[in-house]
Design a protein around this ligand. Structure first.
Ligand SMILES: Cc1ncc(COP(=O)(O)O)c(C=O)c1O
Length: 450
């Protein structure tokens, strides 16, 4: 019989202890944090699933590359290695480093958008939306209909509604649309992939109307692996070939290297347009740094150059996608409601279905996230009424998996904790807001149990 167990494709050379706390300690800590897990000290968290952004473990090759980092202000060889790695996968003419993804977004939208413009996306990430709105433009989400149903098992639930895009272009006119974006994978839509077929259709429509087409490429490697697994005709391609094929459909991208760059910090902006690149570099110098470092240390550029290649290794991607699915499968087989199918970087608990007796106005997602911390020291994040206000279509709790950080036994522990909370779900109460800041309230809001 062939061996079926999929193991972590690494061994551990350096360990970072994590600290157990008692239930009494956690009760006190949660109260001190006003039931907002952002306000917890990280050392009081046992398993931290707050985000997969910048929280991954670097490889020995990345640490070795960091020692080769050259810190010259201009023309560093680290930038040369970084640029070649990005060019080899993304294929765009200009590569502009930034300190993280949102810096690339700010520069892109400052240069391309003006007041009254409209930017469509499958689903904008919150910083993407905020940067578009900051320049006075409108961010429009155009996910396919299935994306709004947590239980719908669509293989490419991250796809854009192409007919919806066509209608939007007809309604507002192509002159008002400076670019179309496609987020791969669709983070705000549950970490769901976008198919090559969908990207081709979006690209063709953009070409027809002469509208530039950009990718938000944060999780491009995970997206490529889903395509290899699920899209007809792609089985025999490598994730790198799929990524190259995908990016060839566009005119540029923004990227947070804190995700599939496998680095703790960094990002970049790419474009094929010479005139835009010049304007972008001028703005970069003003706020990020010289175009051969863009706010990063030379050693960070080297870590990203290696990380981008490692993110596309099939053994790694298989382990990554299979281990996220493992968490999802073990929860849903016990009846725990999750967004289906499992995405690449996270599992999303459906808090409204988990706690049907807690109305959205009593923050079921925040209440559930608090219970996971109380039960087992797990930190997750609410994506729902707290984050989006009364417009939230769902109340979700995201369990984001840092890259190469936790082993299967950590995930088994997470499953056990969630199942314990599931058993006593009827006793869980909602929360009331005691403080909220004027914007981005989820970071600092405070709560008290009802
Ligand atoms: C889809 C998407 N776009 C953009 C960003 C912003 O990247 P950064 O956090 O590096 O600014 C993120 C970060 O989570 C993201 O998930």
């Amino acid at each position: 019989m062939p061996i079926r167990t999929i193991i972590e494709p690494f061994k551990i050379k350096s360990v970072e202890p994590i600290r157990w706390t008692t239930r009494e300690e956690r009760e006190r800590l949660l109260e001190q944090a006003h039931w907002n897990l952002f306000l917890l000290p990280a050392e009081d968290v046992l398993i931290d699933l707050l985000t997969d952004s910048g929280t991954g473990a670097m490889s020995t090759r990345q640490w070795a590359a960091m020692m080769l980092g050259d810190e010259s202000y201009a023309g560093s060889p680290s930038f040369g290695r970084f640029r070649r790695a990005v060019e080899g996968i993304f294929g765009y003419k200009h590569v502009i480093p930034t300190h993280q993804g949102r810096a690339a977004e700010r520069i892109l939208f400052s240069v391309m958008c003006k007041k009254g413009d409209v930017v469509p996306n499958n689903t904008h990430f919150d910083t993407t939306r905020a940067n578009i709105e900051f320049v006075g433009a409108e961010a429009v989400d155009l996910p396919i209909a299935e994306a709004k149903d947590p239980a719908a098992p669509h293989p490419f639930k991250g796809n854009m509604d192409v007919a919806g895009l066509e209608q939007l272009i007809a309604r507002v006119g192509k002159k008002k649309i400076p670019l179309v974006m496609l987020t791969i994978t669709n983070n705000s839509g549950g970490g769901q992939p976008v198919s090559l077929e969908n990207a081709r259709a979006v690209s063709a429509l953009c070409r027809k109307h002469g509208i530039p087409f950009y990718f938000d490429a944060c999780r491009f490697a995970e997206n490529s692996y889903f395509i290899k697994m699920r899209e007809k005709g792609c089985e025999g391609k490598t994730p790198k070939q799929i990524a190259q094929e995908m990016f060839a459909l566009g005119d540029g991208c923004t990227m947070s290297a804190k995700k599939d760059g496998m680095a703790n910090i960094g990002g970049f902006l790419c474009t094929n347009d010479d005139a835009l690149a010049q304007q972008e570099k001028d703005l970069l110098i003003l706020t990020e740094g010289y175009p051969t470092y863009g706010g990063l240390a030379g050693r960070d550029l080297d870590a990203i150059a290696v990380g981008l290649e490692e993110a596309l290794e099939e053994d790694y991607l298989k382990y990554r996608i299979v281990s996220t699915a493992y968490l999802g499968r073990h929860l849903s087989s016990e009846g725990v409601p999750i967004v289906q199918p499992p995405g690449g970087h996270a599992i999303y608990l459906d808090a409204r279905a988990f706690l049907p007796h807690v109305p959205p106005a009593q923050f079921p997602g925040v209440a559930l996230a608090g219970e996971l911390y109380l039960e087992g020291g797990i930190r997750s994040v609410e994506i729902g009424t707290l984050m989006f206000g009364e417009h939230a279509a769902m109340d979700l709790v995201r369990l984001a998996i840092p890259r190469r950080v936790y082993t299967q036994s950590h995930i088994d522990y997470v499953i056990e904790v969630i199942l314990e909370v599931w058993k006593r779900r009827e006793q869980i109460r909602g929360l009331r807001l005691t403080y909220e800041p004027p914007f981005l309230r989820h970071f600092t809001a405070r709560f008290a149990p009802l």
